[in-house]
Design a protein around this ligand. Sequence first.
Ligand SMILES: *Cc1c(COP(=O)(O)O)cnc(C)c1O
Length: 242
Amino acid sequence: MKQAIDYIRERIGQAAARSGRLPSTVTLIGVSKTHPAELVREAYAAGIRQFGENRVQEAESKISACSDLADIEWHLIGHLQRNKAKKAAQLFAVIHSVDSLELAQALSRHAVELNRTPIRILLQCNVSGEASKEGIAAVGWEENAPLRTEIIALAQTVAALPGLTLVGLMTVAPYSDDQETVRGVFHSLRSLRDVLQAALPHEQLTELSMGMSGDIDVAIAEGATMVRVGRALFGERSYPAV
Ligand SMILES: *Cc1c(COP(=O)(O)O)cnc(C)c1O
């Protein structure tokens, strides 16, 4: 695993350097879904501090089994149902998959009740138009002024909620061998972030969560600040994580 981590860090470093960025501007999130807590410990020992899970229930026992690991941070990267918002607010430092105002409001309420440090959240956006992808419908926002206005209004409302800090946007690229398709999706997310940042000058929308095992290089070239890497670090998953 140490070798896999070194290799991914190398890839991140090279991709960052090609874009004139420091490697430290890209956070590596180890996606531990389907893997046991022992693997998290091993990755932690090898220097990983950020871990991504896509299901609240699966994460709960893992997070508690790793509660002795100082300065570890857990990221929720999978779809979150509103009825699990309270659990999610208890467990995660960062939630990448906020895809509706109702979900953001529920998280806000629970974060306030729990009196916790604000949950860092990202708005998950579907900029590829793939029906299978979760996220706020944002495909074609560049040409669609009413849609753009709607997304800006949503971001403004979410940013004003107590208990949460809106830090940026997240997307999942389509499965495609065509790098240019993938690049276009990442580029669109970055541009949308820039538009939102201009509309919300008092927020710091610094994070772009994009890029997985197959596409971290192009994601970093397009400005990713958080890459979510599972298979390339931890090997194939033995069962599908849905
Ligand atoms: C599983 C998952 C990842 C990691 O994917 P790999 O291909 O294993 O790197 C990243 N992001 C999300 C949202 C995921 O569900």
